[in-house]
Write a protein that binds this ligand. Structure first.
Ligand SMILES: O=C[C@H](O)[C@H](O)COP(=O)(O)O
Ligand SMILES: C=C(OP(=O)(O)O)C(=O)O
Length: 361
């Protein structure tokens, strides 16, 4: 078989990208904004260490595909978060990379024009610019880290980070998690196994050496300190795992190993059986569990956008099809009005209970 001049018959094309340093010089983080991110990271560390009794809420679209709609959503979320901040600490889900079960659109960084052109260089620029805009309005942001080199470009901007169900068992993702100064949430596996997430927490807490790229884009060997601030995210699997019996079983397992008992519940994915309406039932169940004295649940994740549901995009025809504004193009989301009602309800109902959760230190 004839090799092309890229040295591998399966390579079709290679193009250079700008380095992390070049991207950051085009879209710099100001000192004031950097202090804001550090402050929000510390608040979330305090929440998972039970020194701050508020419930952490990671809330936003399944994926970002339209930066204008994302910013409109962010403004609504910011103003609500100010009103509810005494009980809820709200962080926007800004998911820029999507792990797929088989194939599909892989997110704004990979394919910003949603047409299969995969202009990754533009994707990185659009992503960093949006994140800086959100931070400018003092909205903390959260994401899932997927591609191992992406953190060098935008990893300085997040207040909280997830490793997804499909990558929690991956060594490279655990190594990356060990480099983060923000809290990291590890999801249980797509089938519902929590051992992968427990092993990930232990691995990420240790120091690692691995191959990465530095700020100039040069391949390097990276030595990390280890991140001891991580927790499990129960996202359901073949069955939901947010019921009291699942939570108790998970708490028992974590206690036996000697890890801090800190859980976030993802109201979507396997816990909602991918029916977005059911996210509200999951949140209601968690509210009741907290009222009944649960101390291990520190946060909730929800997939929410401006309008409900989702729309299917056909990557080959996107330019000729008009997409609906503010509607997800990946998983279905609850709409803004339902989100606002749910968050107000959590705020009101949790008020008498949250302060009793403070760890006696
Ligand atoms: O959160 C998003 C999706 O659940 C995840 O990316 C998998 O999506 P898929 O099963 O549609 O590929
Ligand atoms: C892909 C996601 O979730 P999970 O890893 O739980 O499937 C997500 O939260 O967007």
């Amino acid at each position: 078989m004839q090799k092309n001049n890229l040295g591998n018959i399966n390579f079709c094309d290679i193009s250079s990208l700008l380095s992390p340093k070049q991207l950051k010089s085009q879209f710099p983080l100001t000192y004031v904004d950097q202090l804001f991110i550090e402050e929000t990271q510390n608040i979330i560390i305090n929440i998972i260490q039970k020194k701050d009794p508020r419930l952490l809420i990671i809330c936003g679209p399944c994926s970002i595909h339209d930066v204008n709609a994302a910013f409109d959503y962010a403004k609504k979320l910011k103003s609500l978060s100010l009103e509810l901040q005494d009980q809820l600490y709200i962080v926007m889900r800004v998911y820029l990379e999507k792990p797929r079960t088989t194939i599909g659109w892989k997110g704004l960084i990979n394919d910003p024009y949603i047409d299969g052109s995969c202009d990754i260089q533009s994707g990185l620029k659009i992503a960093r610019q949006l994140l800086l805009q959100l931070i400018k309005i003092k909205l903390p942001v959260a994401t899932e880290i997927l591609n191992p080199n992406v953190p060098q470009y935008i990893g300085d901007l997040f207040s909280w980070v997830a490793i997804g169900a499909r990558t929690t068992e991956s060594q490279i993702h655990r190594e990356i998690a060990s480099s983060f100064q923000s809290v990291i949430g590890f999801k249980n596996s797509t089938h519902g196994d929590i051992d992968h997430a427990i092993n990930a927490i232990r691995a990420a807490s240790m120091s690692h050496n691995y191959i990465s790229i530095d700020q100039s884009g040069q391949v390097c060997s990276l030595h990390t300190k280890g991140n001891t601030n991580s927790h499990i995210i129960l996202r359901g699997g073949i069955q939901p795992n947010y019921y009291p019996e699942n939570i108790i079983c998970c708490e028992k397992k974590i206690t036996e190993i000697g890890l801090p008992i800190t859980l976030m519940i993802d109201c979507s994915h396997g816990n909602s059986n991918k029916d977005y309406h059911r996210q509200i039932d999951v949140a209601q169940s968690i509210l009741n569990q907290i009222k009944l004295g649960n101390h291990s649940i520190i946060g909730l994740m929800m997939e929410s956008y401006i309008y409900p549901g989702n729309q299917i995009v056909d990557l080959t025809h996107t330019s000729s099809i008009k997409m609906q504004y503010g509607v997800s193009i990946t998983d279905a989301c609850i709409d803004w009005d339902s989100t606002e009602r749910l968050l107000r309800c959590l705020h009101k109902e949790l008020k008498p209970f949250l302060s009793t959760r403070l760890k006696r230190v």
